[in-house]
Design a protein around this ligand. Structure first.
Ligand code: NAP
Length: 253
């Protein structure tokens, strides 16, 4: 049996855990950062909290006698990706990165790409607007400097009150989201603009289709350059193929 650590907090990590739970070739541990206050309990063993940098993760991998590491963290979790690469090198174990492709604009989209959240806040302009923020809870402070707008904030957790812009309302919700629901939401809240990170992936993409159909502007926060893994795939399904080649035995479900 191979010992596998998955760095998670994403839909890819959850999908892997679901498929690997009954797979007797792997002893799988899923790791969460601890950002989400009530994570969905996975069907494999899990742990919560940082490792203490790349060195800490390398020690964890060595002490736990792990054979394989999959970095399935979010495309905006830039620090952890560098740590995963460094730790796998120090510990001398096989690493696979899941690099979810970014969304790209399609005909009919009205996107403006933004380098930072501050740029996006400034790009809203002086005239008060109704804005949907689907950026998670960590980066909301940028919008405290542009208090003239009304913000509707959708996130899994309720954000810290101190981080909120003055004129806002909260919609707690966890993806995946479907197109019909996104169309309903955008019509109901009547926003002129959506601000989102370019997370990529199908789970939260329907809001972009809904924005296209309703002619709503999107301020898209661009990804920062990500590290290059020794081996990379784009999806959880491809990661399972990679695991097949590293299992050493036939699929044992
Ligand atoms: P980050 O800046 O790359 O990571 C910050 C620190 O959190 C890391 O240095 C590490 O602490 C710890 N950490 C991150 N992922 C971890 C994991 N899976 N298991 C254990 N520790 C982890 O990441 P972030 O942007 O704060 O995101 C935190 C988590 O939320 C990630 O797991 C990511 O997949 C998930 N997430 C992030 C976003 C986003 O927009 N950033 C969106 C959806 C989900 P140590 O250095 O102490 O090990």
């Amino acid at each position: 049996m191979k010992k596998l650590l998955i760095l998670g907090g994403t839909s890819e990590a959850s999908s892997l855990a679901l498929v690997l739970a009954p797979d007797t070739r792997f002893d799988t541990l899923l790791s969460f950062a601890g950002i989400t206050r009530s994570p969905r309990i996975p069907p494999v063993a899990y742990r919560i909290g940082g490792f203490g940098g790349a060195e800490g993760l390398a020690a964890f991998l060595r002490e736990g006698a792990f054979d394989l590491l999959i970095d399935a963290t979010h495309p905006f979790a830039a620090r952890m990706k560098w740590h995963a690469i460094e730790a796998a090198t120090i510990a001398g174990i096989c690493l696979l990165g899941i690099a979810r492709p970014a969304w790209i604009p399609r005909p009919g989209d009205n996107w403006r790409e933004m380098a930072t959240m501050d740029n996006a806040a400034q790009a809203l302009g002086d005239t008060p607007r109704r804005v949907l923020l689907t950026i998670g809870q960590k980066d909301l402070t940028a919008f405290r400097n542009t208090p003239q707008h009304h913000y509707i904030i959708r996130s899994v957790n309720l954000p810290e009150l101190a981080n909120l812009p003055p004129d806002c309302e909260l919609i707690p919700a966890r993806g995946p989201f479907c197109l019909e629901d996104e169309l309903d939401l955008l019509r109901r809240i009547d926003v002129g603009v959506i601000i989102t990170k370019n997370s990529g992936g199908p789970a939260t993409e329907p809001k972009l289709e809904a924005a296209r159909r309703l002619g709503i502007e999107v301020l898209m926060i661009a990804r920062r350059p990500l590290p290059v893994y020794p081996e990379t795939v784009a999806t959880a399904a491809e990661a399972l193929d990679w695991l097949d080649t590293h299992a050493g035995t036939e699929r044992g479900v």
